[in-house]
Design a binder for this molecule. Structure first.
Ligand SMILES: [Zn+2]
Length: 320
């Protein structure tokens, strides 16, 4: 460790995994830890357990707490970043969880918390694909669809840090029921969860599809990349699943482009690893349809570059 350089800890609370890492001032992860947490125990026990894991990790890696300036936490759901509380999470049982208070008490280190997608967006803006841009729309396509915004060079979180829930904008009136309680949210059409569900439904309707061969006739083996892989081989059913996914995601992105006119739209999360097979058709779709497309500045969609580490690096950016 360079002299006098304070390190930070970034925590990424996911749907099933907890990850944290020691991050330096340049946004580089020096050491990290990942483990599955028990979803049946209370959020208090999960977060206290996290604090204990951090303490152990620092001892194992011979890092003195004096060299850590704080712990940033990214958590899914509605996070009151001023109070450090997870008020509500539709994909985790973390309602009213005092994240910051519990972590500070367990570790003795200063902590801050914010929504996981806002935090990943912050990481991309500082150290990833967004670093040369002032206006960024960021979407994570994973269990749900998370949203983050950088406007005029600053992260925009809205009142109490609870804004930018782009995944819960309605894309289909009276559409699919969302875990948030509304119907037709982008998340219900453009998340990895939705893609997997759509792939399985298409397979049931089309027993002749190569999708079945790809998963060796075991529908439980369907993942977020199954339809994309089989579509690239020319399978009609898989192509339909992918086109439908691009349609909804494309329409959602067009709404955000028309509202914010960002410099760039960045996609993170599991589905973004499809790379060009996702990005190219999306860019085609957007080029044809955005508002004032004749003479408007072009906006493009790109893959977020920090990948799996965006959560840890972004969370560490919460600490000065
Ligand atoms: Zn919703």
């Amino acid at each position: 460790m360079p002299n006098n350089e304070k390190l930070k800890i970034g925590v990424d609370i996911g749907g099933t995994n907890l990850k944290f890492g020691i991050v330096n001032r340049e946004g580089k992860i020096l050491a990290k830890c990942s483990y599955k947490f028990d979803k049946t125990i209370s959020s208090t026990e999960v977060v206290k357990g996290l604090g204990i894991e951090i303490n152990k990790f620092l001892v194992t890696n011979k890092i003195d707490k004096k060299d850590i300036s704080g712990i940033g936490i990214g958590c899914p759901g509605s996070i009151d970043s001023t109070k450090g509380i997870c008020d509500y999470s539709n994909n985790l049982k973390f309602n009213n969880a005092p994240l910051v208070d519990l972590i500070e008490k367990t570790t003795g280190l200063k902590a801050k918390a914010a929504n996981d997608a806002n935090v990943a967006c912050l990481g991309e803006a500082r150290f990833g694909s967004g670093k040369n841009y002032q206006n960024i729309v960021f979407l994570t396509l994973g269990t749900g669809v998370g949203g983050g915004l950088v406007l005029n060079g600053k992260i925009y979180e809205g009142k109490d840090g609870k804004g930018a829930e782009l995944g819960h904008s309605i894309i289909e009136l009276n559409g699919r029921k969302c875990t948030c309680g509304r119907r037709g949210c982008l998340e219900t059409y453009a998340s990895a969860t939705a893609l997997i569900k759509d792939t399985k439904e298409a397979m049931k309707k089309h027993p002749e599809s190569h999708l079945w061969n790809y998963v060796e006739n075991d529908i439980d083996k369907v993942g977020a990349k199954t339809a994309f892989s089989v579509a690239s081989e020319g399978d009609k059913t898989a192509i339909e699943v992918v086109n439908n996914f691009i349609y909804y995601l494309g329409e959602g992105i067009l709404n955000f482009i028309n509202i914010f006119k960002p410099d760039i739209v960045l996609l993170g999360g599991g589905v973004s690893y499809q790379g060009d097979s996702l990005i190219n058709p999306l860019n085609e779709y957007i080029k044809k349809a955005h508002y004032g497309f004749g003479d408007s500045p072009k906006v493009s969609v790109a893959v977020a570059s920090l990948g799996n580490d965006a959560g840890i690096i972004g969370a560490s950016c919460l600490i000065d």
